[in-house]
Design a protein around this ligand. Structure first.
Ligand code: PHE
Length: 457
């Protein structure tokens, strides 16, 4: 068994919380959630997302952080240790391998979208949004994403920042950034949401977001909503497991996880309230895809007073939120190679970052030269999907639910109840049996039945 080369430890419970919230809150809330909700018809998707996040993703989040704290290594080696200790089948190692692979794939495309956010800081500062109309906003967006050279540069910049922080060791740098900037992002988003209430499309947007139309619920809507819940709270890719490995025994994992999930869901809903009224006010398509946030918000910044300042600060904060998520995607991979290859951490971080950057090429081109390239069509699956769509779909709708399922089964059935209760510091707590019930029955049955329904329907 390897020992961690550079065992890190959070300086406080608060530092861990901030890093974990930093991981959870990111492009998933402000970019992915609105466009998926738009594509999946609004209300039904949002309700299912909120319910499954609390009933499935949250219990698994607790399990994942606990696995990290018990295993004390990168996800791959933590699972190796736990499997050995419990004489469990090697199959459970899939939790480590699947999660780490998934984290790497997500990082490869996440850094491209993070690059978009950075580019939009520049656009905002230079006043490009002044008097922005819906047509101009769409034009700005497509002009940028269809210039691969430029997207590469911004993606590279995003990765360099991410790698720099991971190279220095996540526990030392990240807390200071997150403590101040996350609450600020929250305040700005709330301000944007308040502004949105004054627009003409507000009523229609509220109906779109909160009216529950049963006829729109199909198994793939539910799977997409579950996947988004996992993605948004950073569950099932080993990110939170890695952060759990740096966590002291005295911190309450249960309380922390509730805080993370509630904060994260609130930010997503706020982002929806800020964005959808603009969509309806300006007659845009809710289902227009990954550009949604980047096309709608600039219209608001171009219309309101001080739009240059507010827009610049907003995209800056969004970039920070994206970076604090990306480091949690890079960290599990770097922690793993660090345990096996005796090179300095900065060198390893650079190498992994470089490979992720190269792996992102397909995503960069998905919005330009390869927009009509459907790599899986020859296999008769995911036929309409671009490279980006395939990576995103495979990770969120297949890898994450599978790894999450395995995590809940492993903690629920393989680890012994009393050991888990002790490790969580949950002796005699009323929520413990409820949580364990979710892990043993609710979460696995939910995920499996949705998988089955998807294949059958
Ligand atoms: N939760 C992050 C976001 O919402 C993305 C992420 C997913 C980070 C999984 C780590 C692990 O942007």
């Amino acid at each position: 068994m390897t020992t961690p080369v550079a065992p890190q430890q959070w300086s406080s419970r608060f530092a861990f919380l901030m890093a974990a919230v930093g991981s959870a809150v990111g492009l998933g809330n402000v970019w992915r959630f609105p466009y998926l909700a738009g594509e999946n018809g609004g209300g039904a998707f949002i309700l299912i997302y909120a319910v499954t996040t609390l009933a499935i993703a949250l219990p698994i989040l607790i399990a994942e952080i606990l696995l990290g704290r018990m295993g004390r290594h990168s996800p791959i080696n933590a699972m190796r240790a736990l499997v050995a200790e419990n004489r469990a089948a090697r199959l459970w190692m899939l939790i480590g391998w699947g999660g780490t692979l998934g984290a790497f794939i997500v990082l490869s495309y996440y850094s491209v979208i993070g690059g978009w956010a950075l580019k939009y800081v520049e656009l905002a500062i230079t006043g490009a949004f002044a008097g922005e109309t819906d047509a101009a906003a769409a034009e700005h967006f497509s002009a940028f994403v269809s210039t691969p050279g430029s997207v590469f540069v911004w993606q590279a910049l995003f990765l360099i920042i991410t790698v720099g922080i991971v190279a220095a060791g996540v526990t030392s740098g990240i807390e200071r950034a997150v403590v101040l900037l996350m609450p600020l992002l929250f305040v700005l988003l709330a301000g944007m949401a308040v502004y949105a209430t004054t627009t003409d499309g507000f009523g229609e947007a509220m109906r779109f977001m909160f009216a529950f139309d049963l006829s729109r619920v199909k198994p793939d809507t539910i799977l997409a909503a579950i996947g988004q819940g996992f993605f948004s709270v950073s569950v099932a890719l080993g990110a939170m497991m890695t952060y759990g490995a740096y966590l002291g025994r005295d911190v309450s994992i249960g309380r922390s996880a509730v805080f993370i999930a509630v904060a994260d869901t609130t930010v997503a809903i706020l982002a929806g309230i800020a964005i959808f009224p603009l969509v309806f006010t300006y007659g845009l398509e809710p289902s227009s895809g990954p550009g949604l946030t980047f096309i709608t918000l600039p219209i608001a910044f171009g219309t309101i007073g001080s739009g240059i300042v507010i827009g610049s600060v907003f995209f800056f904060l969004l970039s920070v939120a994206a970076v604090t998520s990306a480091i949690s995607l890079l960290e599990p991979v770097v922690a793993w190679v660090e345990e096996g290859i005796h090179l300095p951490r900065p060198a390893l971080a650079v190498i992994v970052g470089l490979v992720a950057g190269i792996a992102g090429i397909g995503t960069v081109f998905s919005f330009s030269a390869w927009a009509d390239f459907h790599p899986m069509a020859v296999f008769g699956v995911m036929e309409e999907m671009t490279v980006f769509d395939v990576l995103d779909f495979t990770t969120s709708n297949i890898i994450m639910p599978t790894v999450g399922l395995l995590m809940s089964l492993f903690v629920g059935w393989v680890l012994s109840g009393p050991v888990v209760e002790e490790a969580l510091g949950a002796k005699g707590k009323a929520w413990f049996p409820l949580w364990r019930f979710c892990l043993r029955f609710l979460a696995p049955l939910g995920v499996v039945s949705i998988f089955v329904a998807n294949v059958l329907m």
